[in-house]
Design a protein around this ligand. Structure first.
Ligand code: GLY
Length: 357
């Protein structure tokens, strides 16, 4: 068992990783949470694959299980679905000593965390990521949210889980598209602070290295979240590629998935950083080639004005400015606060000469 601790000032929680861990999640949970009612919130894709294993293990450890199965996809990150989840908890008379468990990808984790954070003003919750994206990023750090018509993740809480239980065996059933989504967040971590992780994606065999990839990403993220749990300083680094990425997701009405959109967002800021002389052309080429090697797009057909308008409602905007993350090398990025008016130029610099009409 590999364990990384996320150590915050007021709490600490473990991220536990092991092949086949879902079969003993009940025992691991019972070490930290007294047997209680536990709502396992999952989606229609994950439920047939892993719900029975998790349910059996929880019941064996003395938990009473309430499965709540929602529709798959970004559409479930809504106030409508959130209301259904908390009404289900209330209907089953969940109290503050009961618990929610997110079994799924980033959508399920964000939805479950928000439901747990607001139901009775807060009940415990546990993350069990079943996608690479959730394992390397979304399940750690306590960001929870639903989307609003105005933008992605605009309503939510910082609400930390009691523990994160990751079973890399669950990645075996993921589509290539889903694996590429996770690769985007892992490559992001490599560019931010882990050259060896980047090397796995640039030259190695990621499919043979998921345990190492997850452990490296979680170790990096645990450090950042411990230093800045609510994103006032260094946690902003984790938004590399995300401002333009969120705009692309919104522009496509979420037809372009999060990881793919973040991949394009990283390609844009990479080109923009090279154009500003912050990043060597060679390193920029390496980043773009690594994204492509891992089945991620590096261009979008959405025009500059569309993307610019959508970045203005990004939650990372603060007053008339926004902090963008620009790569300066592999394992080294800078935070740059720019006026919202300058965003258009940054996007234009990110388009790339070969794609300019
Ligand atoms: N996904 C970025 C963060 O957790 O801060």
């Amino acid at each position: 068992m590999k364990t990384v601790t996320v150590a915050l000032t007021d709490t600490a929680y473990p991220v536990m990783m092991e092949q086949g861990l879902r079969h003993r999640c009940g025992t691991l949970l019972a070490e930290r949470i007294a047997p209680c009612k536990i709502a396992v919130i999952t989606d229609e894709n994950v439920a047939p694959l892993y719900l029975a294993d998790v349910e059996a293990s929880l019941k064996q450890a003395g938990f009473t299980v309430l499965p709540i199965v929602v529709a798959p996809g970004e559409g479930s990150k809504s106030f409508g679905t959130l209301a259904k989840v908390v009404e289900a908890l209330a209907a089953e008379k969940f109290t503050r000593t009961d618990c929610a468990l997110a079994l799924g990808g980033g959508v399920i984790g964000d939805l479950t965390g928000f439901a747990a954070g607001c139901y009775l003003r807060g009940i415990s919750f546990v993350q069990m990521p079943t996608t690479l994206l959730a394992a390397v990023d979304a399940s750690v750090g306590g960001k929870t949210a639903v989307n609003l018509d105005a933008g992605k993740n605009l309503a939510g809480l910082f609400y930390q889980p009691k523990m994160v239980l990751c079973d890399p065996e669950c990645l075996q059933t993921l589509s290539a598209h889903c694996i590429a989504d996770g690769a985007a967040e892992a490559i992001k971590t490599g560019i931010l602070g882990d050259a060896q992780l980047f090397d796995i994606y640039e030259n190695g065999d990621p499919a043979a290295s998921y345990a190492e990839i997850i452990a490296r990403c979680v170790a990096y993220k645990a450090k950042i979240v411990a230093a800045d749990p609510t994103e006032h300083s260094v946690r902003k680094l984790l938004n590399l590629g995300h401002t333009i990425g969120h705009a692309i997701e919104r522009a496509s009405d979420f037809a372009i998935s999060h990881g793919h959109a973040v991949g394009i967002g990283m390609a844009y800021v990479t080109r923009a950083a090279a154009k500003r002389g912050l990043l060597s052309t060679d390193t920029a080429k390496r980043i773009l080639a690594t994204l492509e090697r891992n089945a991620l797009p590096i261009h979008t057909a959405f025009d500059i004005d569309t993307l610019d308008a959508l970045t203005k409602v990004d939650k990372k905007a603060a007053g008339a400015s926004i902090t963008v993350i620009l790569p300066e090398g592999i394992g080294n990025c800078r935070m740059e606060k720019i006026a919202l008016d300058e965003m258009r130029q940054l996007i234009a610099d990110g388009v790339g000469e070969e794609h300019r009409p």
